[in-house]
Design a protein around this ligand. Structure first.
Ligand SMILES: *[C@@H]1O[C@H](CO)[C@@H](O)[C@H](O)[C@H]1NC(C)=O
Ligand SMILES: *[C@@H]1O[C@H](CO)[C@@H](O)[C@H](O)[C@H]1NC(C)=O
Ligand SMILES: *[C@@H]1O[C@H](CO)[C@@H](O)[C@H](O)[C@H]1NC(C)=O
Length: 128
């Protein structure tokens, strides 16, 4: 289903300066002290019907990688939506963000938006 070229295009779009954002994504909850299991309220707005993909992503030196995929291929009409994200058990003390991309149905176009980065703090307990 996913075409690598489209995916690369969406990635590029996430960092391009669009005059008019087609997919908006905002973390409403405070993100100054985030831990595993915390609930983050995230809101989005889109300008048309898209197939949405939503991921919890980890900052890497070369960009970012998907730490946890929440959903893919969810058809959503234009408008606003929200989701409460439960912070997954990711590698602590790294920077993470949320990424939403919308692919047009049957069209090789799409837009994506990455939220600001936040740190997922570790726990005092010695887990592993
Ligand atoms: C991402 O969403 C924010 C609003 O949450 C918006 O201000 C920004 O322009 C969007 N960026 C892109 C590249 O669409
Ligand atoms: C995204 O937000 C910008 C302002 O931050 C606004 O101009 C634009 O219309 C919004 N896009 C959608 C699809 O809601
Ligand atoms: C989240 O979206 C639902 C509809 O899917 C809406 O009823 C609810 O008011 C929204 N919550 C917030 C906090 O925006």
């Amino acid at each position: 289903m996913r075409n690598a070229a489209i995916y690369a295009g969406l990635l590029a779009t996430a960092f391009s300066a669009l005059g008019h954002a087609m997919v908006n994504l905002t973390i409403v909850s405070p993100v100054d002290d985030v831990h595993f299991g915390d609930h983050l309220l995230v809101e989005w707005a889109t300008d048309r019907t898209y197939s949405l993909e939503f991921n919890f992503v980890k900052k890497e030196t070369w960009g970012w990688s998907v730490a946890e995929a929440f959903f893919d291929g969810r058809i959503a009409k234009a408008g606003e939506g929200n989701i409460t994200v439960i912070v997954p058990r990711v590698e602590p003390n790294h920077e993470y963000a949320l990424w939403l991309s919308g692919s047009e149905i049957d069209e090789p176009h799409g837009y994506a938006n990455l939220t600001k980065w936040f740190v997922v703090e570790g726990e005092d307990m010695n887990l592993k």
